[in-house]
Ligand binder design. Structure first.
Ligand code: AMP
Ligand code: MN
Ligand code: MN
Length: 326
């Protein structure tokens, strides 16, 4: 029986469902990161070892710096035509199905499992495993694997450690608790190679990526008594540096690292809509600020998509962070 009301599922309920089903489709969010992808790949590998059928649906291509992840080459925008209709669709690391993009087929809610750690998760599945205290969706998956007594291979450990390293900013963000470090040590003992993950994800940049960072930092503005730092990337800057959207990921952390800055924003004005990344130091809740404009995320890291002009987006974001107490 399926509840019509959204609700949280226990570890045991989710494990029972994973055991019961024979086929799974893992769904990651648009502009995928190491968490959405690594969490699904890890659980998918474990389920394949249990003899289950597994596919991966992702609207966008796998980012260059994540292609080394075990099984990343199985990710596609299409699901095999003969895939069972009663497969369980497992959404990883997203608050609502809209984050999966426009190519997602229409799904029966009874076949949806939502695994996530976002505060504003809408519990859109029949099964919702949403643990907002976890540092990554990958560590939610680890809880499930342990409850299932599933062997954690080197490939699974690599995917899981990647989810932690990307969502903690390489163990720097405040979500890096003692438990997170312990789990990371265990995953390292199981064969995850921290050095490889660091090299492939954080130290493997194209020269165009370095140049777009430089361009965006040169454009940065400091406002509100130095508490708000923002910058932008537009089509012209991308063209002139030869960079693409994947090369813009680290700009926001530089803006946030300026002394005295409580909130940083990066306006990405290309590919149609304006996408805004927000980062805070904890004083202002940027998840609530993004929420005022239809976005979401976490207390210190959030994002939103703004439909309108860049000038309007900047005004709207200023108002939202002021309203949240900047
Ligand atoms: P980003 O700045 O794109 O790295 O995103 C930071 C955080 O905000 C992530 O946890 C995302 O899941 C979340 N986020 C980004 N864009 C959106 C959006 N349009 N709607 C909801 N959450 C978002
Ligand atoms: Mn994510
Ligand atoms: Mn995440």
């Amino acid at each position: 029986m399926i509840d019509s009301q959204p609700r949280a599922s226990s570890t045991q309920e989710v494990v029972a469902e994973l055991r019961k089903r024979s086929a799974f489709v893992f769904v990651s969010h648009v502009k995928p990161d190491g968490d959405t992808l690594g969490a699904g790949l890890a659980l998918g590998i474990a389920l394949r070892h249990m003899g289950k059928r597994v596919a991966y649906f992702q609207q966008d291509p796998v980012p260059r710096n994540l292609r080394f992840l075990p099984d990343a080459d199985r990710v596609a925008r299409e699901i095999p035509a003969d895939f069972p209709s009663d497969a369980l669709w497992v959404f990883c690391d997203m608050s609502d199905t809209g984050r999966a993009g426009e190519y997602l087929p229409k799904l029966d809610r009874a076949n949806v499992l939502d695994i996530d750690h976002h505060l504003g998760n809408t519990h859109f599945g029949a099964f919702n495993y949403v643990l907002s205290d976890e540092c990554s969706t990958g560590t939610c998956v680890l809880r499930l694997l342990r409850a299932m007594d599933a062997p954690i291979t080197k490939e699974i450990a690599t995917n899981l450690l990647t989810t932690i390293m990307t969502d903690t900013g390489g163990f720097m963000h405040s979500n890096t608790t003692a438990d997170v470090l312990r789990i990371s040590a265990e995953l390292t003992d199981l064969g995850a190679d921290k050095e490889e993950i660091t090299e492939k994800i954080f130290a493997n940049k194209r020269i165009a990526a370095i140049r777009i960072v430089g361009r965006a930092l040169a454009e940065s503005r400091l406002e509100m008594d130095g508490k708000f730092c923002w910058s932008l990337v537009d089509e012209k800057m991308l063209m002139e540096t030869g960079a693409d959207g994947e090369d813009t990921e680290e700009i926001i952390q530089h803006l946030r690292s300026v002394e005295g800055v409580d909130v940083a924003a990066l306006f990405k004005n290309y590919d149609g809509d304006i996408r805004v990344s927000l980062r805070g130091n904890g004083r202002v809740n940027v998840q609530l600020a993004a929420g005022r404009l239809g976005g979401g995320g976490h207390h210190r890291a959030s994002g939103l998509t703004y439909r309108g002009t860049l000038a309007d987006a900047i005004v709207a974001v200023r108002e939202a962070i002021l309203a949240e107490g900047l």
